[in-house]
Ligand binder design. Sequence first.
Ligand SMILES: Cc1cc2nc3c(=O)[nH]c(=O)nc-3n(C[C@H](O)[C@H](O)[C@H](O)COP(=O)(O)OP(=O)(O)OC[C@H]3O[C@@H](n4cnc5c(N)ncnc54)[C@H](O)[C@@H]3O)c2cc1C
Length: 369
Amino acid sequence: MKHFDAVVVGAGPAGATAAYRLAVGGARVLLVDKVRFPRDKPCGGGVTTRAARLLPFSIDPVVEDVVDRFELRLDYRSSFERASDEPLCLMTQRRRLDEFLARKAEEAGAEFRDGVSVAFDDGNVVVGGERVAAGVVIGADGVNGLTARTFGLSRDHGHGVALEGNAPLDTRYRGRLVLELGVVPGGYAWVFPKGDHVNVGVGGWESEGPRLRDHLRRLCDVHGIDFAALNDLRGFRLPYRRASSTFASDKVLLVGDAAGLIDPLSGDGMYEAFVSAKIAVEAVLSGDLGAYESRVLAELGPLHGASWTAKYALDRFPRLTFAIARAPLAWGVISRIVRGDIKDPTAARGLSRAPLKALDRLGKIAQPA
Ligand SMILES: Cc1cc2nc3c(=O)[nH]c(=O)nc-3n(C[C@H](O)[C@H](O)[C@H](O)COP(=O)(O)OP(=O)(O)OC[C@H]3O[C@@H](n4cnc5c(N)ncnc54)[C@H](O)[C@@H]3O)c2cc1C
């Protein structure tokens, strides 16, 4: 039987970067994905600068646009724009990004098998029918992951839902992303610029599922996009980890969406995928798997706590929340978080704390008992 120090199940951003780091660290690693690459995945494909900065290599070869301006709008009416001297978000397509990351892992020495399904038999890993021995299993198999199910981890997430599609590029969106607030309960609508198209999408509470098509049609109407002509229209679930969810055991570590690590406000998960993969690999290489879960929670907990508060504030008091976001001091904090200059709102200092405190108070009033 072939032996690997680690078998990584799933080659999305979490799995591929975990495999890359493990291989660079000298581990024998097998990276497996049930789908043949290159493959796409429902996603806006926006890699925030804070996420990109975590990677040990540049993703420039697959970046199609660099966003340094955010346009925020409320109820498809009021709007304001803010710019940054430095990039805020790198726009890519998951078909290209995930292929790039998986090949990076392969170049670093990981064995990559795609189009092959993974199963578990009595704790053993079976890859395309072949039984392999694994020192550690890293479950990077996404929101519907088999690894979590098999090993009894992280099954009690809450969920959001999102629907997205592509339309021909209108150059007015170049270098600029648009966020439409107050239009989808529990979320927002977006327009993201790519090389030759824009990605449009809507996301919100799971209960919005039956209305997502209507929300997306409205977004398209407002932006002069032909809804009927959208390409690659796809929906998917977003997992929001609950405080009681566990995502590690003595032999299995879940990373990224498999662990439910999506930012509840933005719906972003690639930053979380990269963070959890990095910490998982440090735990594996140091032989201290027990430290993994608490280290991830220490790293992401304050950010996600603030995101939940802001999400409830936005949902219940959209106008007030929008006014706070528009306040001159707020943009400095928002842009520094997006760029990764500060980890979360608790790290903000001085006068910029004022809008955050107001948002926090609003969110505490709004959150369910
Ligand atoms: C509509 C939408 C828009 C989004 N937009 C953004 C965005 O703009 N920016 C952002 O940061 N985040 C965004 N997200 C979230 C982001 O897509 C996820 O957080 C991210 O993909 C998580 O990466 P992952 O590696 O954990 O899982 P995934 O990317 O889901 O990868 C899991 C992989 O596991 C494989 N797999 C599953 N089961 C098995 C098995 N049994 N054996 C082998 N392989 C298996 C799958 O084929 C897949 O390749 C969006 C999500 C949605 C739904």
